[in-house]
Design a protein around this ligand. Structure first.
Ligand SMILES: C[S@@+](CC[C@H](N)C(=O)[O-])C[C@H]1O[C@@H](n2cnc3c(N)ncnc32)[C@H](O)[C@@H]1O
Length: 376
């Protein structure tokens, strides 16, 4: 999510937040009492010590509140705190040392800041959630980079918000803002965004649950399909780990061809994907996590279509970590099966840890590798 050079959207948004004049209340009202742009906070009456404005009687001091959605970077929350805001952060993805959940806390908040997500539908979902968490007149901000689609992102603001304006454009990043005028049209909650679509991995179509922003939303990814074609029939009592399980497609396909009594554990860092997996693979054990090293062991088979990106940049960090940790959670004779683009140096990564590695399938640009055994 980081532009190739210069400041990130989070830094640009932080700079804007830091420069605006101090605020006196937490209503976030977007009126323009002295003329000028309604979204320029400088047009609001200046705060007096104790939270009163020059023309209103003193009210008990309480800090203005802001909700920051989907931004793992510290810049904007830090800037908001430094300018007197009480900040609540929400993320769907588990990040080191930070909490996550499938849906933001209900608030209400004085204003909301949403980091531009990867897909249009996820942006619409995020802005809807934002609009449900502020009062009429309060501001909703969306910030991101040109290559993330921020230039055309005004269309994602829900009905009931004013036309968004651009507060700042800098280093191919923008901050948009719009005031809420009425509640957003959909009921608040993740269930309003459930997507049902048929998925067929070769044994007939199944009604599958997705939510905006999950991997391969609404379809079967070709790499996932190749790995499914290579899955063995697990015997009764076998334990499977699906690492980076997403909505649970690989685990569901493995259980479909397993003997009764086989068990599946789905490890995923996206709390929303796990909600989908709970509908799609009932009976499986779902774990919100980022590492297999702490899971109850051992596993007879670990399968993964692993992430090979960190933001928009390619990164094999998670694959390397998974391969390093896998021997510690595999049963004697257990195996790891990975699918990824053939051009990636997955063999090399596997050979550093496992004495036995094999290519077991190639299709289009994808390859499935299998690894096992233990180094002495
Ligand atoms: C390429 S997708 C595959 C999803 C699913 N297995 C499928 O094939 O449809 C990779 C998944 O790994 C998850 N992920 C990324 N880093 C992770 C980590 N460190 N631990 C667990 N899951 C992770 C992502 O959220 C994403 O759902």
């Amino acid at each position: 999510m980081t532009p190739p050079h210069g400041e990130t959207p989070s830094e640009v948004a932080a700079e804007w937040a830091r420069r605006r004049p101090p605020r006196g209340g937490d209503t976030g009202r977007a009126s323009a009492p002295h003329g000028g742009h309604p979204l320029a906070t400088g047009n609001l009456p200046r705060a007096q010590p104790g939270g009163a404005t020059a023309s209103t009687p003193a009210t008990p001091p309480h800090p203005p509140t802001a909700l920051v959605l989907g931004d793992p970077a510290p810049h904007l929350p830090r800037a908001l705190v430094q300018t007197g805001y009480e900040v609540t952060r929400w993320r769907r993805n588990l990040t080191r040392g930070q909490l996550c959940s499938p849906w933001p806390p209900s608030g209400p908040f004085g204003e909301v800041w949403a980091r531009m997500p990867r897909s249009s539908l996820e942006a619409a979902m995020l802005l809807h959630a934002a609009a449900a968490r502020v009062a009429d007149g309060a501001r909703i901000h969306l910030y991101g980079a040109t290559r993330e689609g921020i230039r055309s992102a005004a269309r994602h603001f829900p009905d009931g918000t004013e036309a968004p304006v651009t507060l700042v454009t800098k280093r191919r990043c923008r901050v948009l803002a719009a005031a809420r005028r009425a509640p957003p049209p959909r009921p608040d909650g993740l269930s309003s965004w459930k997507i049902r679509a048929p998925v067929d991995w070769g044994t007939g179509p199944r009604d599958w649950t997705f939510y905006p922003g999950v991997f391969a939303c609404g379809r079967l990814d070709p790499a996932t399909a190749l790995l499914i074609d290579c899955l063995p029939c697990l015997p009764a009592g076998a334990r499977l780990l699906d690492f980076g399980a997403g909505t649970g497609i690989i685990a569901a396909a493995a259980l479909e061809r397993a003997a009764p009594g086989a068990e599946a554990v789905l490890l995923e860092r996206d709390a929303i994907a796990l909600v989908a997996a709970s509908r799609n693979v009932p009976g499986a054990t779902l774990v919100l996590g980022r590492s297999c090293s702490t899971l109850p062991r051992p596993f007879d088979l670990i399968v993964s279509n692993p992430p090979i990106h960190a933001g928009s940049a390619q990164s094999l960090h998670t694959v390397e970590e998974l391969v390093r940790e896998a021997p510690g959670v595999l049963a004697p004779g257990g195996r790891l099966m990975l699918v990824a683009q053939r051009r990636l140096p997955v063999s090399r990564i596997l050979e550093r840890t496992f004495p036995l590695t094999n290519t077991i399938a190639d299709r289009e640009s994808f390859r499935v590798w299998e690894a096992g055994g233990r180094r002495r």
